[in-house]
Design a protein around this ligand. Sequence first.
Ligand SMILES: Cc1cc2nc3c(=O)[nH]c(=O)nc-3n(C[C@H](O)[C@H](O)[C@H](O)COP(=O)(O)OP(=O)(O)OC[C@H]3O[C@@H](n4cnc5c(N)ncnc54)[C@H](O)[C@@H]3O)c2cc1C
Length: 418
Amino acid sequence: MSGQSEHIVVIGAGAAGLMAARKLARAGRTVTILEARERCGGRILPLPASEFGYPADAGAEFVPGEAPVTRGLLREAGLSVQEIEGTQWSFDGTRLSREDRHDPDQAELHDVLGALQDDLTVADFLRRHFAGPDYDRLRHSIGRMVEGYDAADPERASTLALREEWMDGGRHTQARIVGGYGALIDFLAGECRGLGVTFRFGCAVSAIEETGGPLAVRCAGGDLHGCDRAVLTVPLPLLRDIALPESARAKAASAGDIGFGSVIKILLRFARPWWRERNEDLADMTFLLSDQSIPVWWTRHPDQHPVLTGWFGGPRTAELATLDRHGLIEAGLDSLGAIFGMSRDDIARDLVATAATNWLHDPFARGAYSWATPRTREAQAILACADGPVLFSGEALYRGASWARWRRRWRAGWRRRK
Ligand SMILES: Cc1cc2nc3c(=O)[nH]c(=O)nc-3n(C[C@H](O)[C@H](O)[C@H](O)COP(=O)(O)OP(=O)(O)OC[C@H]3O[C@@H](n4cnc5c(N)ncnc54)[C@H](O)[C@@H]3O)c2cc1C
């Protein structure tokens, strides 16, 4: 290696892979990115502005709270954000109403959470501290919140990891990137190219082999890439499919202690904002929560684009696993019909463009994002330890306090709704 810069292969051209590649290239390494898809961005998936009227996001959409890394990057890229302000509504099966800020169980929940010393799963926490019929409502609402927003399984999810979010009360602001998350990916990819990073698309890595000296990274199509070190940024479920050298395999096994949840996201663009026209109180509606099969909806407010986005997360998305894109859109229209007391056909009449993604079915994501079990911090520390030629990175390894804040605001609303 003397005289030559270290060659590093980064696997995955999502946000984490691009950030790693940029940093390594800036530090003088020779960097190649191997990406299974034909595009950068991974779980950041822009939809055509020509269809939606703006660069809509089928994956990540919100910038959570302070999000120092993201906001720093946005400043570097000269991109701005639009903060989200407005009212949150709910549908209780009969009527639409503005969120009621009063929750009778909240003070007691906070007291018990505040006194908690040792971690336990959310389901165990509820069984231990909130058993009995008096707490039926609380247990139900927390179960739904953990599933719906964290996309997590209450039988495995960590109570301590969620405590901060629950006690936050939804005070943190949220924003959207003007130009969508795709603009950030374009910026990072451009930076990488400017630094001489090589991109190889359509390369699904199947194995990393130790050859006594350098590593050999094998792609499903048969390509072989030699390098000194490799950085794996693939989503957790994809790790299982990649054959790894012994030491890396042992580390990768700890990924089993990090949860990974699924999300269905639906975007419906209409010719006109019929919900605002029907009820002028909804003019500044942001989020709308319900118990329909696609339970959560949001508008583009304060933008005026007449687009409604539907959201369903967690283990119960399995109930809709057989639905294709068309079936998901139908489920979305049925849910909106029930919420607004309109026929499905009346709503569909104004449709201009649609998109629906069940992220579980995306072959290179197999879900949406990670969530914490009581053993996740330990697993993250093992995976993040840079002690061999194969390194691990990516969303599931992020240990900052705000790692799930983008979901807080809805969570607070969900909690109050029950
Ligand atoms: C529907 C949805 C909504 C979300 N909303 C938000 C939000 O509002 N705000 C927020 O902050 N976060 C949100 N997230 C989470 C956010 O998208 C992710 O945390 C982030 O994009 C992950 O980046 P990453 O680089 O770690 O992983 P990825 O973006 O998944 O990148 C990994 C890359 O690896 C590639 N890959 C996979 N397998 C292989 C292989 N074998 N060989 C080579 N390449 C491979 C993939 O194609 C992908 O490009 C959302 C996620 C989803 C799915």
